[in-house]
Design a protein around this ligand. Structure first.
Ligand code: UT7
Length: 328
């Protein structure tokens, strides 16, 4: 018996509060023309309210997913949350989400792979299904990027937003499901994209706060160079490995960091704009949430049997691609 993991449900959540490019013009020296032409972003969502962490958005996405798929919380075997903005260093956000939505005492844990977090979590969850061990796995990508953004730094504050997306994975013996994946990492990218403070190397202190170590720090052009090459390469590589030509692919589901990186990836794959999921204009870069939020926004347009290539690049560095044949 050859078990595959299939995505059998998808749901997303973004907070109500919208931060537009015009709003940012009032905070830092920037303008709509620069942000739009360099990134493709028009607005992003911000989770407001004291004491609200990433788990609030992740739980909303999971609640919606359970309802939509008519799934009893008692039947869930595993919840994985990909995030770089957990509510706490510990306990894990996945533990908190389970309790918030009423999923009792199952295995749940977080995965940290920055902007590639969702595809790392998705492929991890798929292994538990393919082994026959678990029947229902929820994979979430969620980030409250506004909690680690320095709103005096125009080079990063215009890029990021908050959101969450969740998928249900179930076993199938059919031909559709998660077919293949390629995952990579390279820790020498450490200093190009990093939040230095709050870990064991630089625990919180007056000094780390003065040095702004608790904010995301990105060397944009350096990261761009790596991202544009590696995301395009890994998307092309998984196509080649699975004998897929541009015409065989129905959807590229790319991490939404920069419209120029998305375009370069599509070009490399030999596919036109009509096959590329893009919602960066509405949400900016929501880190682990970009890919599930794309699937959520485009769910009505995806058809059973469609070939999807998911591709991401992010801090670490981490990058990778997943080949999915849509199952619902
Ligand atoms: O998701 C995780 C992975 N992350 C990525 O993939 C992001 C990769 N990097 C990027 O997307 C791009 O590098 C950015 C969007 C971050 C920046 O775009 P860029 O075309 O690489 O611009 P740059 O950083 O080279 O800056 C060009 C100019 C600079 O001015 P000078 O030195 O040429 O006078 C910046 O100071 O634009 C200036 N600039 C801005 N101007 C207006 C930088 N940020 C802004 C801003 N508004 N917000």
């Amino acid at each position: 018996m050859n078990l595959k993991a299939a995505i059998t449900g998808i749901h997303g959540y973004v907070p109500e509060d919208v931060m537009t490019n015009a709003d940012l013009e009032k905070i830092v020296e920037t303008n709509d023309e620069w942000i739009t032409s360099r990134t493709g972003i028009k607005e992003r969502r911000i989770l407001k309210g004291e004491g609200k962490g990433t788990s609030v958005m992740a739980a909303e996405a999971v609640r919606g997913l359970l309802e939509k798929t008519n799934t009893d919380p008692n039947d869930i075997d595993l919840v994985i949350v990909a995030t770089v903005t957990p509510d706490y260093m510990f306990p894990s956000t996945a533990n908190l989400v389970c309790t918030q939505v009423g999923i009792p005492s199952i295995c749940s844990f977080d995965i940290l792979a920055a902007c590639s977090g969702f595809i790392y979590a998705l492929t991890t969850g798929a292994q538990f299904i393919e082994s026959g061990r678990f029947k229902k796995v929820i994979v979430v990508g969620a980030d409250k990027m506004s909690s680690i953004i320095d709103y005096t730094d125009r080079t990063t504050c215009v890029l990021f937003g908050d959101g969450a997306g969740a998928v249900l994975l179930e076993p199938t013996e059919g031909e559709n499901g998660i077919i293949d994946f390629m995952l990579h990492s390279d820790g020498s990218g450490e200093n190009h994209l990093i939040m230095k403070g709050g870990g064991s190397k630089y625990p919180a202190s007056h000094d780390t706060i003065d040095k702004r170590y608790h904010y995301i720090n990105q060397e944009g052009p350096q990261v761009f160079k790596f991202a544009v090459t590696n995301m395009a390469n890994v998307a092309a590589a998984i196509m080649e490995k699975n004998n897929l030509k541009g015409e065989d692919v129905r959807w590229l589901v790319p991490h939404q960091a920069n419209k120029r990186i998305i375009d370069a990836t599509a070009n490399r794959m030999g596919i036109g704009e009509d096959k590329v999921m893009v919602n960066i204009q509405k949400y900016g870069n929501t880190t682990a949430a970009t890919i599930p939020l794309c699937l959520f926004d485009y769910q009505d347009q995806i058809k059973k049997g469609d070939n999807l290539i998911l591709a991401a690049f992010g801090g670490g560095f981490t990058w990778g691609s997943v080949y999915v044949k849509w199952a619902i």
